[in-house]
Design a protein around this ligand. Sequence first.
Ligand code: BGC
Ligand code: BGC
Length: 856
Amino acid sequence: METALDTAVRAVRPRKNGILAGLISVGLVTGTGVVVAADGSIHPELWPKVARALPVDRAMERRIDRLLASMTLEEKVGQVVQGDITAMTPDDVRKYRIGSVLAGGNSDPGAKYNAPPADWLALADAYYEASMDTSGGGKAIPIVFGIDAVHGQSNIVGATVFPHNIGLGAARDPALIREIGRVTAIETRATGMEWTFAPTVAVPQDDRWGRSYEGYSEQPQLVASYSAAMVEGLQGMPGKPGFLDGQHVISSVKHYVGDGGTDGGKDQGDNLSSEEVLRDVHAAGYPPAIAVGAQAVMTSFSSWQGIKLAAHEGLITEVLKKRMNFDGFVVTDWNAHGQVPGCSNDGCPAVIAAGIDMVMAPDTWKAVYESTLAAARSGELPMARLDDAVRRVLRVKFRLHLFDAGKPSQRPLGGKFDLLGAPDHRAIARQAVRESLVLLKNANHLLPLDPKRNVLVAGDGANDMGKQSGGWTLNWQGVGSTRADFPNGQTIWEGLDSAVRSAGGHAELAIDGRYTRKPDAAIVVFGEDPYAEFQGDIPTLWYKPGDDRDLELIKRLKAEGIPVVAVFLSGRPLWMNREINAADAFVAAWLPGSEGGGVADVLLAGSNGKPAHDFKGKLSFSWPRRADQYANNVGQADYSPQFAFGHGLTYGDDGNLAKLSEEPGVSAAMGRPGVYYARGVLTPGVTMRLQGATGAAADAPSLPAASADGSVKVRGVDHLAQEDARRIEWSGAGTATVSLQSDAAKDLVRETNGDVMLVLTLRVDSPAQGDVAIGVGCGPGCGATLPLADTLAGLAPAKWTTLGIPLKCFQAAGADMSKVDTVLTLKAKGPRQLSLSKVSLGAQGDAEKVMACALK
Ligand code: BGC
Ligand code: BGC
């Protein structure tokens, strides 16, 4: 038998093709035989073996052989490339014989985030027909269309939106997960796609991670108990009728592997854990999913011990494909190939060499196609590997019966839009909401509330579908939607109102808590605003640092003698001890999705005075005791959370709680990521600097301030509160600059690639005169400025508005976004006056006006 040491030695032998040789280094084996691989080498024989989910289908493989043998090199390369609907047209598919298309989080037909389902289906038809059209030559190979149906077919108006995975984890109900998968598949098929980028089987260890809510649990066993159920729901069961038929979609188990264990909870970061922890914790969801026939796996943006997963031959080829017998295809994440050392977004044959079968190249598909073709021609990419990649893609297409499925609209569910948000689908989502609620406090048995009484519903989460649904809802960040975009759901308020009303009570909605009739009890619904991926990364577990309005609302109602139930919406457990102390009852509701009625089902008593549904939810993530308790997970030696994994009260329990410590462990100021100036305050670490037309630049620590020559002045003005904004006045005496300097250079590469913008809340105070430019800096001699005069001239004068400048614009103008130290410069000749009340990073939807610029 080969020893671990042999394997370690084998792993360092340079590969024949040479592409990866430089990435592989030596693994370590200790005297005890424990593998501590302190680098990228792995020991496949120590990983779980998985039995083949599906027997080898000889007839199908022969069909693939014949098809492969008839394909040109160009056609083969086309099959391993995936483009996005915003950047690849059906004509491109026809011409390049592309194998797959995706709709990214912000990609919609006609660029409308709320495009009607019929537009989606028409788009799916168009891609399919292009792929089958051989009028210009080539073979008819059906395209496979992927979308992030990660909590229901949540990109599409009217779909049932399920709770995000963190809430499902609290439900401890694999059978429910299977049902959710089944419904998601049906609704996805109705709109024309046959592939979802789900489930996420990350095992988040650091709750600062912006994707924590996409994980079911911090505990690997719980994740493992769900992953197969979800895959079965989505795909059907291998060997049983219905498997991968027109009612099902293929799943992509993601993000392989270790995405939930990056250092500091940094999205797309580096997972430094040992090989054993990688296997036993982070990979726990994969063997069960593969065992039930998961057809795709998506690699992670992140690295393991410094090596990007997209290029990790050991983990992809040796472990996943060989050891675990995974015979579907492996797809990369959004332009992740561009993050591999030595590669760019324009191509990375090394990832295919490492075992990737399809490259997600949303806007870069053409360059990736060309560079892959060139590498295959030169032999840099071995033909056997390319053939294997194509074989895997074709195998999945055959299994999905795509070759004879007809166009999406003609398939069994295509166009059946009444399935979106169908009553029985919504009932499952509502059950999921009920089961996900976790009760952390219930002093003096305040809950359940009597629906025959007078109930106030307050808080900015009470009547907001977008907020209760979170990221990956209608668009990537889940922001900017309206109530009308959810024709089928109920907000939490609507659910409460209808239940209270039918019980004969009275409910009042007052977001700010200013009721008209004094209530017997108040339900305050509040929480995190939607986010996705790295935009949700936070530096501490402090809830809304510098903004205590929710706490104040709870306290004010309490001071008026009203018992308060706090319903907290969030994508992760946060340090909430002050709010928990202030409220009489506290419910963690996670991100429940479209069926807000599930909250009323549990919080209100039935007609007999007893609750129809008790609390079932148990924490699947440990709840922190301090804002700096980032990564305290069940099973650790120093485990000391505020509420342990598995905790969750029921109505039978004593819900009184002694006052919790309000010692946060960190300062609130540490917690404002991507905000440079807001509410009159510069974020610690950010200073304002004035550079007059003449004289030296100088910091302006207090207001009012002026450059030595008086050519630029800044003073406090009011926007929403007293002096919460700054007016900048350029005298006209020459070109002068106001800038915001950051103590530490910021790496904004992820944000730049992800369409993040610099967002200014501003007001044009004087008619435009003279040149003005906006920019960022990145150290001596580094930076970019863009003309701003026309954009400002287009804004309504004397009115507050939000203006977004895509970070990509600064990059295209020459800034190095990996080391931004001047987060904003405004350079003008004047005379001109401009007020600013907020400077921050933001997403589409955060700005009323977006500056256009030429991108390379
Ligand atoms: C995310 C994936 C997602 C993909 C396609 C990426 O940015 O990391 O989870 O499936 O985009 O939208
Ligand atoms: C896309 C997402 C993707 C993200 C990656 C967004 O523009 O819409 O699908 O996950 O970029 O950074």
